[in-house]
Ligand binder design. Structure first.
Ligand code: G
Ligand code: G
Ligand code: MN
Ligand code: NA
Length: 253
């Protein structure tokens, strides 16, 4: 059976897991949120979302998988709140097709009503590609989602066809600097110049900036010096499944 045929049953057979990768604020070192990353247990092997999300996107299965992810993310927001008394932000990756799906807004609205989560605890990560096509509709939708109280971020910032003008028109809370700019980050490098420019641009527009793929203390220190707001990456923590996730949170709180 090919991946697509098996993926059809992944949700109903309970083969998906949601791992959460912690995000750290740099000025005080606080744990502030998480990115939700889906995993597929296919038979005995773990299939990476880099492999199956494009198939899900192509076939339309990404709508059902995306709803499952949103549902689980809200359940985790509630569980984390019960455990710590704090509201953490959980960021969910929204694929281009999911974002453009006519039922997307209604799905989000119903989810918030049903679960009762604080909307400010749910962040939607959109890629530049998803918002750059059909710009008028995208702008309208982003404003409607923002009016619900959700957080919005641009994922993989700098790798797409970034048009800087959209940052002015889109109600964005956060830019996520792609890991490709962080990997070889060192003082006086080209990547450092790009990262510094993105942070300056974000801050000028009142947008927070998080750097992804931070693996070393040197990268973290350099980002802190550049006034980057938050980091995410193996240096702080890998994406965590449930028992490790709750242990990590208890250690931080
Ligand atoms: O966790 P990992 O590095 O394997 O993720 C690979 C890719 O899959 C990343 O680009 C990530 O954004 C994407 N991805 C992970 N989880 C989800 C999800 O729930 N929905 C969508 N649309 N993409 C996801
Ligand atoms: O496209 P997106 O930014 O959503 O993808 C995030 C992906 O990056 C996830 O699949 C996650 O597993 C991976 N990731 C998270 N932290 C690190 C890191 O420090 N180094 C590397 N190489 N990958 C990371
Ligand atoms: Mn992401
Ligand atoms: Na990213």
């Amino acid at each position: 059976l090919d991946l697509e045929a098996q993926l059809v049953h992944a949700v109903e057979r309970d083969e998906l897991d949601l791992h959460l990768q912690p995000q750290q604020r740099l000025d005080d070192g606080e744990l502030v949120g998480f990115e939700a990353l889906v995993r597929w247990r296919r038979g005995g092997e773990l299939v990476s979302p880099g492999e199956f999300i494009p198939i899900a996107e192509e076939s339309g299965l990404v709508i059902a998988i995306g709803e499952w992810v949103l549902e689980r993310a809200c359940a985790q927001i509630i569980a984390l709140r019960e455990m710590t008394g704090r509201d953490f932000v959980v960021a969910v990756n929204i694929s281009a097709r999911q974002f453009r799906h006519p039922g997307f807004y209604a799905t989000i609205e119903a989810l918030l009503a049903r679960t009762g989560v604080n909307p400010a605890s749910l962040e939607l990560e959109i890629t530049e590609g998803a918002v750059m096509e059909h710009t008028e509709a995208a702008v309208g939708l982003l404003h409607k989602l923002r009016a619900l109280g959700l957080k919005l971020s641009i994922d993989d910032f700098g790798t797409g066809y970034s048009s800087l003008s959209y940052l002015k028109r889109f109600p964005i809370d956060k830019l996520k600097i792609d890991q490709s700019f962080v990997r070889q980050l060192k003082p006086n490098s080209q990547d450092a110049a790009i990262v510094q420019a993105v942070i300056g641009l974000g801050h000028t527009l009142g947008i927070k900036v998080i750097a992804e793929g931070v693996e070393t203390i040197e990268q973290r220190e350099w980002l802190k010096r550049l006034a980057c707001d938050e980091i995410q990456g193996y240096f702080y923590s890998r994406p965590l499944a449930e028992p490790q996730l709750f242990a990590f949170v208890i250690r931080q709180c």
